[in-house]
Design a protein. Sequence first.
Length: 365
Amino acid sequence: MADLKLTNVGKTYGGSVEVLKDINLDIKTGELIVFVGPSGCGKSTLLRMIAGLEKITGGELQIDGQVVNDVPPAQRGIAMVFQSYALYPHMTVRDNMSFAMKLAKKPKAEIDAAIENAARILQLDDYLDRLPKALSGGQRQRVAIGRSIVRDPKVYLFDEPLSNLDAALRVATRIEIAQLKESMPESTMIYVTHDQVEAMTLATRIVVLANKGIAQVGSPLQLYERPENEFVAQFIGSPAMNLLPGEVIGTGTLTRLRLYNGEEVTSTVPTRDSDMGLSVNIGVRPEDLTEDTEGDDGAVIDTTVNIVEALGEVTVLYFTPEEGRDPLIAKLPGIHAGLRGKQIRLYAQPDKVHIFHNGRSLLYR
């Protein structure tokens, strides 16, 4: 399979509208890289640039050490799975999967062996003679993936492949893609999605795109536990991380912080002597808030519950926002009845308290 390297890659439309700039990324053989970001951040555009369907207007793309900026898509050794399946409706599953190999004039025995292998991996053996209209959405998506597998490409590209499926099928097909990746450990895959669950469960590394560039690259848990900036902190995780204004009142390996409401909390994020008095944003994830306290830390939240979402396994609390501030959210395990309209105090462990200054985490200095 293949390594990919993007060096200062950019995309400009019409010579003046810049949509991507300074994209630097090194993708190793066997990785499953997931691109995530808000709508319009350039995820699919970047994927199409790798595929050769969009022209690269700046920088360099290498596949296996070869610069492919001007190489046609068919010669890049990539296979792409589209959101809309893009199956030929008049062809059977077998014909859809074999079409590209027939165009390449591959021997019939090689084509048959490739189809049998892909059908076995994707559990499509019983559907090879059906037309796409006789398949469910999940089965059609598996056929689209199978059409990629038979080509034995260097790189697999997935452009939001599950977004057309209902919730149950999404879960099933996501598991199938994870199993497919395990069965092909040397395959390099790049996957675009809006769905954080897909990103967190499938990715070797996640690339968060924002503001025309890369906000952070890292493993799913690294992005969740050690976000570099406020954007990643609030984009990864649902509901989004709470950010509360405060200041540093004690520095060292443990940092003491005073919240805007006068409460004092501790963070394991280290600070320097020069940080004393620094105005910061204090970040705590909704699921890291608890009713229990240890030591002399004050409450992160001490306010009135406005809305309660009882989901069974968790209870999500939305608090009455103070004027000019974003509403705070807590996510408590289990069932908590009768909290609406009540004032409660919630705490956070020091290792769950993040500190940001000018939008960046103090961990990354």
